[in-house]
Write a protein that binds this ligand. Structure first.
Ligand SMILES: [Zn+2]
Ligand SMILES: [Zn+2]
Length: 357
């Protein structure tokens, strides 16, 4: 019985290519009590491997968080399988706006302590006492209310390329930092302001809203299903789109375009650009925004230093890296002093704060 992925990304990409099947990119999460995470994990792997599901799935005693792709022709079977698991029956599936058959190249189901690395001690507050979930229509109304403070619960590299108009976008690397920063800035307004928050698919707000209620905020709202579900609803119901730019996603696609606005800049030359890339020097791999002309000039690298290393024969590069610890983290935080146009979003946060409150 095979319980783990045994193909390389390259082999898998070739198989997907050969199969020529259209794949759907889907994400979902559910907080639920899972007692035997290892057995549950194996169960999912076996069933989903059969259905040619690929993706990154986290299972913890607090629930499941899944981002995956499935051949369109197996979607019904996949949905039926979910329905056989009591707490996943009719779970809301966020189906991506733009599909890419190569969004995921492996099936990885991992047991973790938590489904989101939120840094919270859940024992200290009631995680089930959540904020009010609102749909796109209600959300659009709420964010026009002068008494609302709209907060983007995602990290700096996500909100930089796209966010809701008038949103506060904390310049943070982690969710935990965001929670503290917002609480600190709004501590005088726990009762009189409406705290409205959103994230990619809703999972981060789910706990954040409970946390803020615990901290004394009286009016806490969250966008149901996050940005992905919002876009589906505005399309289906003909509502006004208030999201500017692109939605950052955690797979090979990197982002989905929601509106034509380009709200970010190339970190190297400052021209409007909103395409994330990883530095081609494998030892660096920095995630940053690069325009097409810089991409060409810099040979897909973030600095001249990386460019020189990247030109070396592979064996020499490997020798250089030896003992340095290979950083293969795709989403390495995009901060580097040599990128002159990386926006300091903390300043934007300050500006918005004085405007809004
Ligand atoms: Zn540029
Ligand atoms: Zn680099």
């Amino acid at each position: 019985m095979q319980l783990y992925n045994n193909l390389s990304a390259k082999e898998r990409a070739e198989l997907i290519e050969q199969a020529g099947k259209e794949r759907l990119t889907i994400s979902f999460y559910k907080y639920a009590k899972i007692n035997n995470t290892e057995i549950f994990r194996n169960h999912l792997f076996l069933a989903w491997d059969q259905l040619e599901v690929l993706g990154r799935i986290y299972v913890a005693t607090e629930g499941i968080n899944a981002q995956l792709s499935v051949p369109a022709e197996n979607f019904e079977a996949f949905k039926n399988h979910l329905d056989t698991i009591s707490f996943l029956e009719n779970v809301r599936l966020n189906i991506a706006i733009e599909h890419n058959n190569f969004a995921f190249l492996k099936l990885k189901v991992k047991v973790r302590k938590k489904i989101v690395a939120d840094g919270l001690n859940d024992e200290t507050f009631d995680v089930t006492n959540k904020g009010v979930h609102v749909n796109a229509k209600k959300f659009n109304e709420l964010i026009e209310d002068p008494n609302t403070v709209l907060v983007d619960m995602r990290n700096h590299y996500e909100s930089e390329i796209g966010h809701f108009k008038n949103a506060v976008t904390p310049d943070v690397d982690t969710f935990r930092e965001s929670l503290d920063l917002i609480e600190e800035d709004l501590r005088e307004h726990k009762e009189d302001k409406k705290l409205v928050m959103y994230c990619t698919g809703g999972i981060r707000c789910e706990k954040a809203s409970a946390y803020y209620k615990h901290k004394g905020f009286k009016n806490v709202f969250q966008l149901e299903g996050g940005i992905i579900n919002y876009v589906r609803q505005i399309e289906a119901e003909g509502l006004e789109n208030k999201f500017l730019g692109k939605n950052f996603v955690f797979d090979e696609r990197r982002s989905e375009r929601i509106s034509d606005d380009v709200i970010a800049n190339c970190h190297q030359c400052g021209e409007p650009a909103d395409l994330h890339t990883n530095c081609a020097n494998e030892a660096c791999h920095l995630l940053f925004i690069q325009c097409d002309s810089c991409k060409e000039k810099m040979e897909n690298c973030c600095s001249t230093n990386c460019m020189e290393i990247n030109r070396l024969p592979y064996e020499e590069q490997k020798a250089l890296r030896k003992g340095q610890g290979n950083s293969n983290d795709i989403f390495k935080k995009g901060r580097a002093d040599h990128l002159p146009y990386k926006k300091d979003l903390r300043n934007i946060f300050e500006t918005l704060k004085t405007d809004k409150i």
